[in-house]
Structure formats: structure tokens, C-alpha cells
Design a protein around this ligand. Structure first.
Ligand code: SAH
Length: 292
């Protein structure tokens, strides 16, 4: 290869890398301009999602947006602990009753309930009853958690809202099946502990906030499923608004003579609300706005 050929070869290599750098730069500028956040994949031809809006499933152009949401990673050692007790709990307390959805049974088998319970109560974690948690609140009986989750008929792309995070256990069970769970807890100390616990356990698809769940979480709604885990004097109206058509909600409500019932609410495709009492229960009261 003479000198002229060597110069020509270098010139071609430089031109190739120059063009490559140009393409990379152009792609970078396009991504920045589109405002796309990491983790959000838009179907081709979609416009940017308004970051102040709820993560819509279908954008204004009627094109479906796919949100890439992290799944629980199950790397924490707690997932490997007390597995036999969880198997027994699922077999005897849940499958033996009327919960048959394999996704719910699997979620109940995976979530390490003992990691959500105060140390003094931990040995009873897989027993067939509710347990006290901090701030005078309770974690529901495993069967009730499974029953309520089952009633929501969650799918892998469901977006869930919960009132009453408590320990975070119910939120974790939903997060095993659904895409995202938004949960609000009125007692600040509980919200903080649950948030830290869920983060430590790898539940990256659960979002915890301290506040009054009566008002829902408007900028994250509408929701496919809503679950209330504190007994309400009446069904909070904002939650009915934040339920998607075709969505399902389950919530304990106060009834006559001091009884409480789980009420299943569905919103049909035309936005009409249907309610049915499904089971007598005992929950801690919902506080805040609903009591006014
Ligand atoms: N889901 C919980 C159990 C919750 S017990 C778990 O899996 O552990 C009910 C919780 O609802 C309590 O922690 C209580 O503080 C909370 N709560 C009561 N009223 C509320 C309201 N208006 N908004 C949000 N949380 C509320």
C-alpha cells in the first residue's frame, strides 16, 4: 500500500466514524426533544406523554402507550425464608376456601408476610387471623387479603389504587400481579415505614404516599382497580370518579347495627356504577374526610 492509498484509507475511516458520530448525536437530540422519560416506551408514531397527566394507556392520538415498569425482583433473603409455612397457608387457608385464581395463589406464596409484621408478632405471620401492626392498626387475615385481591381480577397491565397502606403487605400482593400499585396511608409513620420496607424488598412498582386516601390519587388515575383496607362510612366519591370504565373496586363499608360489609363496585363500559355486598368483615375505621 503506497502513501496515497494509506491517506485515502484513513480519510474513509475518518468519514465513516464522522457519519456514525453524527447519527448518534442526531438520535440523542431527537430523544431529548421528544421529552421521553427513561422507562417509558412509546409505540412508533406516538407523541410524548404529558408528564403532569396520568400515565394514559391510550394517548390523545388513540395510540397505545406501553409503559416499561420494573417488576418485583425477589432478591431479598426474606423471599427464601418460611416458604413451607407460606405453602401451608395457601393450601389450608386460601385454596381450601374459595380463592382459585392461580395468580393470587402465586402472589400469596411469594410475598414474605413475616417481613411486614412487627418483631413481637412475627411468629404468627402465617396464622389464620389479622395481626396488630404499629400505631394501633392491623394487617388483615391472609384469606381476606387473598379474597379482596381475587375480587379485583387484576391483570399484568392493571393499575391499582389502595387506601390504607398499613404495613404494605396488601400492596405487595397486588404488585406481584399488577403493573403498578399506588397506595396512600393517613398515618405518616406507617407510610414512611411501609415505603422503606417495600423498597428494601424490591417492590419498585409500588408507590407510597402519606395523606388521606379519600381523595384518591387524581394525577395517577384513572385506575383499573381500587382497594380500600379501612372501613368507610360511605364510599368516597372521588374514588368512583377515578375508577376506569370496566374497573373494579372492593372496600369495607359501615352498615347498620355496627356491622361492616365488603362491597364490590364495578363500573360498566357506560360509566354506570353497580354495587354488591359480598361478605361481612371487621376492619379498622377509615379516618379523615370520610368521617366529616
Ligand atoms: N392494607 C394494610 C392494612 C391496613 S389497616 C396492610 O396490608 O397491612 C388500615 C389502614 O388504613 C391503617 O393503617 C390506617 O391508618 C389507614 N387509613 C385509615 N383511614 C385512612 C385514610 N383516610 N386514608 C389513608 N389511609 C387510611
Amino acid at each position: 500500500m503506497d502513501k496515497k492509498e494509506r491517506v485515502e484509507k484513513r480519510r474513509r475511516i475518518a468519514a465513516f466514524f464522522g457519519a456514525l458520530a453524527g447519527i448518534v448525536l442526531l438520535c440523542g437530540i431527537l430523544i431529548l426533544k421528544s421529552g421521553t422519560k427513561p422507562g417509558i416506551i412509546l409505540a412508533s408514531g406516538d407523541k410524548k406523554a404529558d408528564s403532569n397527566q396520568a400515565p394514559a394507556d391510550v394517548n390523545q392520538q388513540g395510540v397505545k402507550e406501553y409503559k416499561k415498569v420494573p417488576r418485583p425482583d425477589h432478591n431479598h433473603p426474606a423471599f427464601k425464608e418460611r416458604v413451607d409455612e407460606r405453602k401451608k397457608m395457601v393450601a389450608t387457608q386460601i385454596r381450601a376456601r374459595d380463592v382459585k385464581d392461580p395468580n393470587v395463589l402465586k402472589a400469596m406464596l411469594i410475598v414474605p408476610r413475616h417481613a411486614f409484621i412487627p418483631k413481637s408478632q412475627r411468629r404468627y405471620a402465617y396464622s389464620d387471623y389479622p395481626l396488630p401492626i404499629e400505631h394501633g392498626q392491623t394487617i388483615s387475615q391472609p384469606y381476606i387479603v387473598a379474597f379482596m385481591t381475587d375480587a379485583l381480577k387484576l391483570k399484568p397491565d392493571s393499575k391499582v389504587f389502595e387506601i390504607g397502606t398499613g404495613s404494605g403487605y396488601q400492596a405487595a400482593v397486588c404488585a406481584e400481579i399488577a403493573r403498578e400499585v399506588y397506595t396512600i396511608e393517613i398515618v405518616e409513620g406507617l407510610a414512611k415505614t411501609a415505603k422503606e420496607r417495600l423498597k428494601k424488598l424490591g417492590y419498585k412498582n409500588v408507590f407510597v404516599k402519606a395523606g388521606d386516601g379519600f381523595f384518591g390519587w387524581p394525577d395517577k388515575g384513572p385506575f383499573d382497580a381500587i382497594i380500600g383496607t379501612a372501613a368507610a362510612k360511605r364510599i368516597p366519591e372521588p374514588l368512583l370518579e377515578q375508577l376506569k370504565p370496566g374497573g373494579r373496586m372492593i372496600i369495607p363499608t359501615d352498615s347498620a347495627w355496627g356491622f361492616q360489609y365488603l362491597v364490590l363496585i364495578t363500573k360498566d363500559k357506560d360509566g354506570k356504577i353497580h354495587k354488591s355486598k359480598v361478605m361481612p368483615v371487621r376492619f379498622v375505621p377509615m379516618t379523615g374526610e370520610v368521617q366529616k
